[in-house]
Design a protein around this ligand. Sequence first.
Ligand SMILES: C[S@@+](CC[C@H](N)C(=O)[O-])C[C@H]1O[C@@H](n2cnc3c(N)ncnc32)[C@H](O)[C@@H]1O
Length: 233
Amino acid sequence: MTDPARNPHPPSFVRNLFAAISVRYDLANHLLSGGLDYVWRARASRLVRSWRPRTLLDLATGSGDLALSLGTACPDAFVVAADFCLPMLAQAGKKSVPNLVAADGMRLPFGDGLFDVVTVAFGLRNMSDCGGALREMARVLAPGGHVLVLDFSVPPPPLRAPYRFYLHRVLPLLAGWLTGDKSAYQYLGATIEHFPSGTAMEAILHASGFSGARSRPLTGGIVTLYEAEKKAD
Ligand SMILES: C[S@@+](CC[C@H](N)C(=O)[O-])C[C@H]1O[C@@H](n2cnc3c(N)ncnc32)[C@H](O)[C@@H]1O
């Protein structure tokens, strides 16, 4: 049994996968979530706004939709948007997402304590070591800084069975048709099943330099929003 906090796929596989779907990534996101991705990002941005950050890192920013939403919610904050897949960053550039940085979440090119908030939406699940990535986020956070993680989770019954049918049977077919890459969406289903959620993710946050971890299931639990504060040294 592989460790659920580790992605068994190599980083080069993940980078190539997102490069292959980058051009159609936004369209697939909006259609396959029925527009719910806007709702989830708006929810995340409202929570971040309540922390009144001055400096913000959106890690695994991809095509930059969360970075844009955070920039609107926190107009006085300096928002850095980082990802390790250049074709995804190119899509963000087309939408004029500012302050784009090519960076690997497992080894961030930023000094200690630079950011008030680090966000990662649908990205942590793709990183090779969830705990290692969170420790790196804690390192670049200022004392008392916040992390926000948004990611898919498997909902409880009665939604679980229909959700799994959609995730494993319907979504790869629709996404394959939309993006030309069915296998990328088979990977999506496999990583969602494998990835820790709820109290298991809270425990990983507590073991990775954070305190006060809290999870909020959204849309019946198909997505979960996690927040935590950097532990005092
Ligand atoms: C599903 S997309 C999410 C993009 C965006 N945050 C969103 O909400 O639409 C996952 C992103 O994570 C990025 N990613 C995966 N592993 C990474 C790593 N180790 N470092 C930086 N980015 C990574 C991928 O390149 C991809 O752009």
